[in-house]
Design a protein around this ligand. Structure first.
Ligand SMILES: NC(=O)c1ccc[n+]([C@@H]2O[C@H](COP(=O)([O-])OP(=O)(O)OC[C@H]3O[C@@H](n4cnc5c(N)ncnc54)[C@H](OP(=O)(O)O)[C@@H]3O)[C@@H](O)[C@H]2O)c1
Length: 287
């Protein structure tokens, strides 16, 4: 039996779908039972727990061989790092209390660093806290989600793809489908001690590459337009997220520019997924 957090989100849904398709026993963990109905209909057990509730999570984790864990974004929080820390500490307490053998954590490129990485700081803390539980830990450090480009497609009609990454800078990007599949495989494989998977798509892309793919799919010229770091906070807050969350993203984009949000290498296992940017962008554009 595998417990899966975040099943109503991008990656958790793929983990659950992959495992159920393989005939594995799955327990989805949701905060609203009604949202788990499609999974119950497919044969999954359902546990109801808020991620900050260690007791409910302990019940959800009892009897499982492995758990897929993530730290959900807190866009409107006044203090996202403190709220993330409360979730991580509750999840770690539950992993310890339920004696879960193996945790697969959705982490991020750059999570080897304690600071200078914005929201990724919480994933550094999560890796440390979960490794200290005594469970085997597989940290799946994912590159930049290809789905993030969905937020930049609004200006394609004007021939522009805004980005906070330098247009000629190639960075690891990955589809959430690849993340879910790799995490599901890691759960079934089981874990020993602490291991890191550094996960990117079939190749790295520059924003210029992404703009060229979008142009081809849209059938019209599109160019990447580099927005300055000082525009991160006003842009993010204009979309309705809180100033603290936006400030963390400014730090992350500065960390990308400085080369700090990068792979650690060393003993980490480098894995490439199979889903190309073209496939994700085609879906995002509705083509
Ligand atoms: N975007 C990137 O480029 C990138 C790169 C690397 C790593 N990451 C990391 O990826 C993670 C996000 O993964 P994702 O995109 O799969 O997640 P997501 O789609 O944002 O989904 C979040 C999930 O968490 C659940 N959730 C939120 N708050 C909860 C609570 N209090 N109790 C129980 N469940 C709760 C949500 O359920 P509801 O439906 O109930 O809200 C949802 O299922 C973050 O840690 C992020 O840092 C992102």
């Amino acid at each position: 039996m595998y417990a899966i957090l975040g099943v109503t989100g991008n990656t958790g849904a793929v983990v659950a779908d992959t495992l159920l398709t393989q005939g594995q026993a799955v327990r989805v963990v949701v905060r609203d039972a009604a949202r788990a109905e499609p999974w119950r209909a497919r044969g999954a057990e359902v546990a109801v727990a808020d991620l900050a509730d260690a007791d409910a999570l302990t019940r959800a984790f009892t009897g499982v061989a492995g758990a897929y864990v993530l730290v959900p974004p807190r866009p409107t929080s006044a203090d996202p790092l403190a709220d993330n820390r409360a979730v991580v500490d509750a999840v770690a307490a539950a992993v310890r209390a339920a004696k879960v053998d193996h945790v697969v954590l959705l982490s991020s490129i750059g999570a080897q660093h304690a600071d200078g990485t914005g929201p990724i700081r919480s994933l550094h803390h999560a890796e440390q806290a979960l490794a200290a539980t005594g469970a085997a830990l597989t940290a799946v450090r994912a590159g930049y989600f290809l789905e993030n480009w969905g937020g930049s497609l609004g200006m394609v009609g004007q021939g522009v793809l805004p980005t906070f990454v330098a247009p000629d800078r190639a960075i690891p990007m990955v589809a959430t489908t690849d993340i879910g599949r790799v995490a599901a495989a890691a759960l079934v494989e089981g874990g020993h001690g602490r291991s890191v998977i550094e996960l990117a798509g079939p190749r790295d892309y520059t924003p210029d590459d992404i703009a060229a793919i979008v142009a081809r799919l849209a059938g019209a010229p599109v160019r990447a337009q580099h927005a300055p770091l000082d525009a991160v906070v006003p842009t993010f807050t204009s979309f309705g997220v809180g100033a603290a969350f936006a400030g963390l993203f400014r730090e992350m984009y500065a960390g990308i520019a400085a080369g700090r949000v990068a792979w650690e290498g060393g003993a980490a296992r480098a894995v490439r997924g199979t889903v190309a940017a073209d496939d994700v962008l085609r879906r995002l554009l509705g083509r």
